[in-house]
Design a protein around this ligand. Structure first.
Ligand code: HGY
Ligand code: MN
Ligand code: MN
Length: 408
């Protein structure tokens, strides 16, 4: 197939206009926002123009379908509150280019998907988690975002776009190209990462309730200060888990909502996000136990109480060997000295889709390892190289028909 790099880059630049932040090439395109839905509608038009059959499912996952059995390529175009122009977008636009080039070349058959809410405005990789059965729709509908809007309310904005579910059995494999969002390829001046595995993740909301009071007249010994309890929790947790975490283990308190968030008031309530990731399921469990133990201990010390939402998560996931092999051979053929096998510290839709079909991922470098920020960027030559290797891997996979027997 003959890939058109200019057409591919032009589509990426066009997509970056939907929700453009005005800072570098950054975007603000949270799931179900006006720019997110406008971007999906534009991609649906591009799918139609290529000759794919367009189908939004009930939660807004957007599919461009070719007839019969096909290989599914894609990612997501929703963004973090302050997102980069390539996170997810690269995989969807790369899929469109390969689908179009393969149409023009008479095969292999390629379908395209743009998953919804991978960035977890409502949970964790929500759209693909629902499609793959990891997250029941009824449970997802009850999840509320930081402003209190429910998933059910948000997805109702799809209006008449929403149609039925797409049957995963029509796909033989799923491949996702993505920026690394980390420093490895950039620091080692490499161009391609063939992903071996994706870490597991857990994410929950914690609320600490103390006593709101006057910041001038309330003696320190009488305070039930929710912020002080949070601060003490964070420091105590770091010390307690240091003994069994690895260099790859990460844990983050990224969102904090202090009430009433006023300089002369002792905060009575704090709600915060607690997220942790590791390649080992056992360590994810260990960290969860430690979080609860530390909350219990610290809240008792501060005379406050806490409550937690049910942790949402994705288990650590291995990429399919036959898909990895096809990508490794393609990388060796096209960029012999510029590729490595590597794990993913970021979560991706591929972690969910791997439950349904043979799945693999390909990384390209992130300059400075930066992502989830407006200044996220990748040199176009690395984008083109990733597209070429992905297309070669897909062709190899289809030609050798090297799918496990249970896949048609
Ligand atoms: O957080 C993640 O790993 C993904 O980018 N949503
Ligand atoms: Mn992503
Ligand atoms: Mn992301």
């Amino acid at each position: 197939m003959k890939l058109n790099h200019a057409r591919f880059l032009n589509r990426l630049e066009t997509l970056a206009q939907f929700g453009a932040s005005g800072v570098f090439k950054g975007v603000v395109r949270p799931a179900y926002s006006e720019p997110d839905l406008a971007a999906r509608d534009w991609i649906a038009q591009e799918m139609e123009q290529i000759g794919l059959e367009v189908q939004f499912d009930p939660v807004g996952n957007l599919f461009g379908l070719t007839e019969g059995q096909s290989i599914l390529l894609g990612s997501h175009t929703d963004s973090q509150p302050q997102g980069g122009w390539l996170d997810g977008a690269l995989g969807v636009i790369g899929a469109l280019e390969i689908a179009q080039a393969s149409m023009e070349a008479g095969g292999p058959p390629i379908s395209v998907v743009n998953f919804q809410d991978e960035e977890g405005r409502f949970g964790v990789t929500t759209g693909s988690a629902i499609w793959s059965g990891v997250l029941p729709l009824e449970q997802a509908d009850r999840i509320v975002d930081a402003r209190g809007e429910s998933f059910a309310q948000a997805r109702s904005k799809l209006g008449t776009r929403a149609q039925g579910w797409v049957d995963p059995a029509r796909f033989s494999a799923f491949l996702e190209m993505h920026i690394e969002q980390g420093p490895v390829l950039d620091q080692r001046e490499l161009g391609i990462g063939v992903v071996s595995n994706i870490v597991g993740i857990r994410d929950m909301r914690v609320q600490i309730d103390g006593e709101q009071n006057h910041a001038g007249t309330t003696p320190m010994s009488m305070r039930k200060d929710a912020f002080q309890a949070l601060a003490s929790f964070a420091v105590t947790l770091n010390a307690k888990i240091a003994s069994y975490v690895t260099h790859e283990t990460v844990w983050t308190i990224g969102h904090v909502d202090l009430v009433p968030n006023a300089a002369s008031v002792v905060p009575g309530t704090v709600t915060f996000s607690m997220q942790w990731r590791d390649a080992s399921l056992a360590r994810l469990d260990q960290i969860q136990d430690c979080i609860f133990d530390t909350l219990q201990m610290v809240c008792a010390e501060h005379g406050v109480t806490f409550s937690c939402s049910e942790p949402l998560g994705i288990v650590p996931t291995q990429m399919d060997q036959s898909v990895q092999t096809a990508l490794q051979h393609a990388a060796q053929e096209l960029t012999p000295s510029l590729w490595i096998d590597m794990p993913s510290g970021a979560l991706h839709d591929a972690a969910n889709v791997a439950k349904l079909m043979p799945t693999g991922m390909l990384f390209v470098p992130s300059i400075g390892g930066l992502s989830h920020t407006f200044t996220e960027h990748t040199d176009p030559k690395d984008l083109f190289r990733g597209l070429d290797v992905l297309a070669a891997g897909v062709t190899r996979l289809w030609r050798r028909n090297s799918f496990p027997s249970h896949i048609a």
